[in-house]
Ligand binder design. Structure first.
Ligand code: ZN
Ligand code: ZN
Length: 412
């Protein structure tokens, strides 16, 4: 296929990211985190941001090929050296509440030739150095959004059967445009309607205030306790200044935090996970009192194990998210090997840090207060997909009364 009106649609997409995603305001400084091979989209986003009247746009160009060369050849000590400039940039982002746009576009398996010991070491060092920044993002101190852009490497992984890399690229852009309402007559309005739908679903769950959720499916029997006053949200949220933003584009989920100490049973992943340039698949987790006590994976087990050794919280859950199997991304039947897409096609859980907003008033709580409320603290947050059309989920009230929430992968 060849995409019609690509330039026009790319411009619409850039506008959506600036206006709906990060919802840029005139006093905002905005940082755009993007790979260098996405310069065309980056330029369009920058133009839209300035047209919206923002104070300043900062560019953080990324390049997987540079990182790959470093992983392959840098000596061990350099690999874990975090430059002062990196620490300063993140500190400034927090101090000045710089809005963040992140464009995900990389080849999901770009670091497959690298020893996973080396990627893990560097990630641990950089995650630790960006701890305050991650916590600020996850407490919505500033607006932030994650959106995608198609690249040849990623498109080849998603559409290997298409004959040319141009066709692969177009097919992936087509999916990105479809799932973010770029083709809608009024994309901004389509997003408002979509957000309203998700908020309604979240409100129902907030009103129910279940004490726990019970997941049942083939390879799954897991009970997840929920904290008192937990809060279900859609990706549309407000920052500490009361400004609305859309954290993910696309998005189909409503999510909250589990009680980090009340997760028991076992669960299997249903889609592969691309993490740190490696693909991890066929994962099985066993939890006891919230902690992962047993784990296996068919592919890249060592990558996931190293990830869970990052810190104390890395073996506990920080997010529980519900996505009906009939979601448009799931129905496409495509495995994207990219969490932004795959997590929005499937019920998912995340290991590591919980969003502070997942308990009422959490954005203003300290790290210790959040932990006391059952919200997990960690330098990582990694989602993995567990949903299928065979999954049933029940909500359990404190008195033991059960209410079906999901039947055969859809809202009951
Ligand atoms: Zn999620
Ligand atoms: Zn997540």
């Amino acid at each position: 296929m060849v995409l019609a009106n690509f330039d026009e649609n790319l411009k619409k997409y850039a506008r959506l990211i600036a206006k709906v995603g990060v919802n840029a305001q005139s006093h905002h400084i905005v940082c755009l985190n993007v790979q260098i091979d996405q310069a065309k989209l980056a330029h369009l986003i920058v133009e839209e941001l300035y047209a919206l009247g923002v104070a300043e746009v900062l560019l953080n160009w990324k390049d997987d090929q540079v990182d790959l060369a470093r992983y392959l050849y840098a000596d061990d000590k350099r690999l874990v050296t975090v430059p002062d400039s990196y620490v300063q940039r993140l500190k400034e982002s927090v101090d000045l509440k710089i809005s963040q746009i992140s464009i995900t576009s990389g080849d999901p398996n770009v670091f497959k030739s690298v020893d996973s010991e080396r990627t893990a070491k560097r990630l641990v060092a950089f995650k630790a150095a960006s701890s305050d920044y991650s916590a600020a993002i996850m407490a919505n101190k500033m607006s932030w959004t994650v959106a995608a852009a198609a690249s040849y490497g990623w498109a080849a992984k998603v559409f290997p059967a298409l004959p040319t890399n141009k066709e692969q690229l177009d097919a992936l852009w087509d999916q990105i445009f479809k799932t973010t309402y770029v083709y809608a007559e009024d994309p901004v309005k389509a997003w408002q309607e979509h957000n309203d739908k998700l908020q309604k679903q979240a409100q129902k769950l907030n009103a129910a205030q279940f004490d726990a959720l019970h997941y049942i499916a083939p390879g799954v029997d897991l009970t997840i306790g929920l904290p008192k006053n937990h809060y279900w949200a859609g990706a549309g949220d407000t920052n500490a200044q009361g400004e609305f933003f859309m954290a993910n584009m696309p998005t189909e989920e409503v999510f909250t935090a589990p009680d980090r100490n009340r997760v028991d049973g076992y669960i299997s992943s249903t889609k592969p996970l691309s993490y740190a340039g490696s693909i991890i698949s066929g994962m099985k987790f066993t939890f006891k009192d919230g902690k992962v006590v047993d784990f296996s994976a068919e592919q890249s087990q060592e990558v996931m194990e190293k990830l869970m050794d990052t810190d104390e919280g890395a073996r506990y859950l920080g997010e529980v998210a519900l996505v009906p199997d009939p979601s448009p991304i799931s129905q496409s039947g495509i495995i994207f090997f990219n969490t932004l897409f795959d997590e929005n096609a499937s019920n998912h859980l995340a290991l590591g840090q919980a969003y502070a907003s997942s308990v009422v008033g959490g954005e203003k709580m300290s790290k210790d207060e959040l932990k006391a409320r059952g919200l997990n603290r960690s330098d990582i947050h990694v989602d993995f997909m567990v949903g299928s059309n065979q999954m049933n989920i029940e909500g359990i009230q404190k008195d033991g009364i059960r209410t079906p929430i999901f039947r055969s992968g859809n809202w009951a």
